[in-house]
Design a protein around this ligand. Structure first.
Ligand code: AGP
Length: 609
């Protein structure tokens, strides 16, 4: 989704701005731009092509300067055309980039037109630039900070902004409410970014702005005021934003690299756990765990599917009533609050607007106990919950989530097992068995990844279909949902997932000899039921593509394609079964020639509603 970089330094900041945009590319965007103050004049270059192309244009135009802002835009208001790309100018004086959505932009646009402002773009962002210009004109001191703060008070919606003015050649102002923004500190200048990864190699000391904060950056320092206008000090965090993790290495795409990183990231995530103890989830967890009698898990997309899988674990192994809800639905419905419920938000980025809003909604309703399960340590969700668990997948660049999903599953399984321990529903032998199964996961995953050549052969056939069904039962049903999501996201094949028992209640009507039906067949208690469901498909000529456990009792049958996974039983089976589905989606997309890591219309981190 949109990305921001801003800079004020004692050096030419253009290379930092363009490199920052390159590092934010993975988030998804459809246009980009850079603006600097050069010899006292704001100059900008914008493009609807990739950042590499923008960088060439910037070079060609000879852009340089010591203050500037840059942006990758993911279109919401107005088409992805150059005229709507940021930075946005107001009257050749104010230069601004913005992430988020201004909900009252129409009313503000009307009002600003009455003051004589002409609009050059269809964006909601342009109202902010004009508003700042207008507020500044009204103020005899012409103070940019005063104008920004007065303007922000008029905005409804979510924003992170970076702004500079022609007549203030030494400062850049950043502000946030609802969208993340971080300040990067160095001895030679100060920087802004929507994600610290943008500043890797430039800064390693960061200040995460809080809701409503406004930061004034000069070469020599940073002043922060809170939403009430009071000067505040925010903690400085030293954090080396990792370089190497964005290298592709021998892989064709980041998604493939990230699928193959799963054994090592899962090894890191599981090896550090040798006993089940609530403190894994924060210092206050032992106290909170005692009070909790149920769970409410809020998430979106793939993270929602990890939560759906975990519901089976929470109820079966921890005997804890668990409700899982799509965050964008929960935030707008009337719900009943049980103060003994632990609200868990699950998110790779920790910045997803709907999940963040659902968390705040739950807190406003009176939920006292909250836990974030996130991949990004200092993300908004991690900072707004009383308990935290970092999944440790490392940066995930591909828009389609893979290693972030399996590490979420590990975190959620650990949570379920820890609750089982804390609630006294699992004896020591059972706990030891779970830990052993967790520690065996990386080896088991290597066995599954070795199936790639067989999956590539399937993908060659699969790539010709326009529709597919995915079936699973029990805790593998959410895995079917995730498999279908992966396929549609990156290959654009229309895919739906059903609990296999639901087939006869409707979807069977679309099964013909043109319909591939991917079925997840673990060797568990439901296998005979699943075999009956597969017969229902075969009887209608449907083409079965079955991922079965090695020891699953299946008859060889004409027209049924089977790939056997290394034998594995126990509750962690979903973590193994999702991997071949990731590979199937990946290789199908490769055959179809799509932009695997940056699928159309999608963004890595969805920071707008
Ligand atoms: C996954 O492949 C998707 N790109 C998407 O569904 C994602 O999981 C969703 O937007 C939630 O993101 P989060 O985990 O960062 O909150």
């Amino acid at each position: 989704m949109c990305g921001i970089v801003g800079a004020v330094a004692r050096r030419d900041i253009v290379p930092v701005l363009t490199e920052g945009l390159r590092r934010l590319e993975y988030r998804g965007y459809d246009s980009c731009g850079v603006a600097v103050l050069q010899y006292g004049v704001p100059r900008r270059v914008r493009s609807v092509e990739r950042v590499a192309n923008l960088a060439e244009q910037v070079d060609h135009a000879g852009l340089s300067g010591t203050i500037g802002v840059a942006h990758t835009r993911w279109a919401t208001h107005g088409a992805p055309v150059t005229g709507n790309a940021h930075p946005i100018f107001s009257c050749g004086e104010i230069v601004l980039v913005h992430n988020g959505i201004i909900e009252n932009h129409e009313a503000l646009r009307k009002e600003l037109k009455t003051f004589g402002y002409a609009f050059d773009s269809e964006t909601d962002t342009e109202v902010i630039a004009h508003l700042i210009h207008h507020m500044r004109k009204q103020d005899p001191t012409r103070d940019l900070l005063v104008a920004v703060r007065r303007s922000l008070r008029r905005l409804r919606g979510a924003y992170a902004i970076a702004v500079f003015a022609k007549s203030d050649p030494n400062l850049v102002i950043g502000a946030r409410a609802g969208s993340p923004l971080v300040v990067g500190l160095t001895d030679r200048g100060n920087y802004l970014a929507s994600d610290p990864m943008a500043l890797a190699g430039t800064a390693d000391r960061f200040v995460y702005l809080e809701e409503g904060d406004v930061a004034v950056l000069t070469c020599d320092g940073v002043k922060i005021v809170d939403c009430g206008g009071e000067a505040v000090r925010r903690e400085v965090q030293t954090q080396r934003a990792s370089h190497h993790t964005t290298e592709l290495g021998p892989f064709r795409h980041y998604m493939q690299k990230e699928i193959f990183e799963q054994p090592s990231v899962l090894a890191d995530a599981t090896e550090r756990v040798q006993t089940l103890t609530p403190t894994l989830f924060g210092a206050n967890a032992p106290h909170v765990f005692k009070e909790v009698d149920s769970l409410l898990i809020l998430a979106c997309g793939t993270s929602y599917y990890s939560a759906l899988t975990a519901k089976y674990w929470f109820e079966s192994i921890a005997r804890l009533p668990t409700q899982v809800e799509v965050a964008s639905e929960y935030r707008y419905r009337e719900s009943v609050v049980n103060p003994r419920t632990l609200v868990v938000v699950v998110s790779q980025s920790g910045e997803t607007a709907d999940t963040l809003a659902a968390l705040r909604h739950a807190q406003q309703l009176g939920h006292r106990h909250t836990l974030a399960i996130c991949n990004v340590a200092h993300s908004s969700m991690m900072r707004q919950t009383d308990l935290q668990y970092q999944t440790g997948a490392g940066p995930e660049i591909g828009v389609a989530s893979t290693k972030a999903f399996t590490t979420q599953l590990v975190a959620l399984f650990l949570l379920a097992a820890t609750f089982a321990q804390a609630r006294g529903v699992a004896d020591a032998a059972r706990q030891a068995q779970w830990l052993e199964q967790l520690h065996h996961l990386p080896a088991a995953l290597n066995g599954v990844l070795a199936l790639e050549p067989q999956i590539i052969r399937w993908a060659e056939a699969f790539a010709h279909y326009e529709h597919a069904l995915f079936l699973g039962r029990g805790m593998h049903y959410p895995i079917a949902l995730e498999g279908a999501l992966k396929l549609k996201e990156i290959s654009y094949v229309h895919a739906e997932a059903y609990p296999a028992g639901e087939l006869k209640h409707g979807p069977l009507a679309i099964v013909t000899n043109e319909m591939p039906v991917v079925t997840i067949v673990p060797n568990d208690a439901l296998i005979e039921k699943l075999k009956s469901n597969m017969q229902e498909v075969r009887a209608r000529g449907g083409l079965l593509y079955v991922f079965a456990d090695e020891d699953a009792p299946l008859d060889d049958d004409d027209g049924v394609n089977v790939i056997r996974l290394p034998a594995h039983d126990g509750p962690l089976s979903p973590i193994l079964h999702v991997v071949p589905l990731q590979l199937l989606a990946y290789h199908t997309a490769c055959v179809r020639g799509t932009d695997v890591d940056k699928p159309r219309n999608l963004a890595k981190s969805v920071t707008v509603e």
